[in-house]
Design a protein around this ligand. Structure first.
Ligand SMILES: Nc1ncnc2c1ncn2[C@@H]1O[C@H](COP(=O)(O)OP(=O)(O)OP(=O)(O)O)[C@@H](O)[C@H]1O
Ligand SMILES: [Mg+2]
Length: 258
């Protein structure tokens, strides 16, 4: 029987130069989970994601995706990714929203085949999911940051992935739209059964929505249910991170999403 592990990292270590940036990470993500990945700046979160996506290779340890060693894994359409710097198109960028979303199909149809009508329908369907279909023919650069972010999610969704990885997708999105954004993620997780991994600095909000939280600083300091994480006080969190995160827990106390 197939296991439920969609990501399985064992003792993964990585360095760009001399120093370990990711060190001895053990991390399992199971089907259906909504996992929040938190940690201070420079703690290796984006690097860990690059390791999961095979963009970089671990110096030590193993990465498995959907029960296969990453080297053999070839079903990349199963994995949607929205990167940390996704929403950076300026107003002059010459592509419509629909065109941007269709580029998400490239891994499925191959870069040199033509897009057909079915692909257009898939792209429109993905735009509908993120409630951006009415902007299909708008120029991507003319949208607000939050709207662009939705379009990037549509692009990641267009190949019907079963795992969606988002690296700080709410940066630059205002409070009202952050709430709507989390509602969208909840819908993807609960209604479409898509597993989610989201990097964020907003601990207060992520613990309200994610099923699980991973707290890392080079290595994993905590991995457990959100409920368990919510019970921690400042002292526990300082211990977990290895330095003060008071400012962030402060937000939590005032109930960002309440
Ligand atoms: N391409 C690179 N070459 C060399 N060092 C890098 C590279 N990318 C990241 N680093 C270093 O690796 C460490 C981890 O960076 P990473 O981007 O993974 O952190 P992060 O947890 O995502 O931080 P943030 O919250 O600021 O996004 C940092 O010290 C960073 O300077
Ligand atoms: Mg990062």
């Amino acid at each position: 029987m197939k296991s439920n592990k969609i990501i399985d990292m064992e003792q993964v270590s990585f360095k760009y130069e001399k120093e370990w940036v990711v060190e001895k990470v053990d991390l399992v993500i199971e089907r259906g989970q909504f996992l929040g990945l938190v940690g201070p700046n420079g703690s290796g979160k984006s690097t860990l994601i690059k390791l999961m996506l095979g963009i970089i290779k671990p110096d030590r340890g193993t990465v498995r995706l959907f029960d296969q060693p990453i080297k053999q894994f070839n079903q990349w359409q199963e994995v949607g990714f929205v990167s940390q710097k996704a929403n950076s198109f300026n107003s002059g960028f010459p592509a419509t929203v629909l065109e941007v979303v269709k580029t998400g199909l490239v891994s499925r149809i191959g870069a040199f085949k033509f897009f057909n009508r079915k692909h257009k329908e898939k792209a429109l369907e993905a735009l509908k999911t993120v409630e951006m279909d009415e902007y299909a023919n708008s120029n991507i650069g003319e949208l607000s940051g939050g709207q662009q972010q939705r379009v990037f999610i549509a692009r990641a969704l267009v190949s019907d992935p079963s795992l969606l990885i988002l690296d700080e997708p709410t940066v630059g999105v205002d409070a009202k739209h952050v709430t709507a954004f989390y509602d969208l993620l909840r819908k993807l997780n609960k209604e479409k059964g898509i597993s989610l991994l989201m990097v964020t600095h907003d601990i207060g909000t992520i613990t309200q929505h994610a099923t699980h939280v991973v707290c890392m600083n080079k290595t994993v300091h905590f991995h457990g249910a959100s409920e368990e994480y919510k019970e921690f006080d400042d002292q526990d969190l300082n211990r977990l991170y290895g330095h003060s995160v008071q400012q962030l827990t402060h937000n939590h106390e005032h109930g960002v999403s309440q």
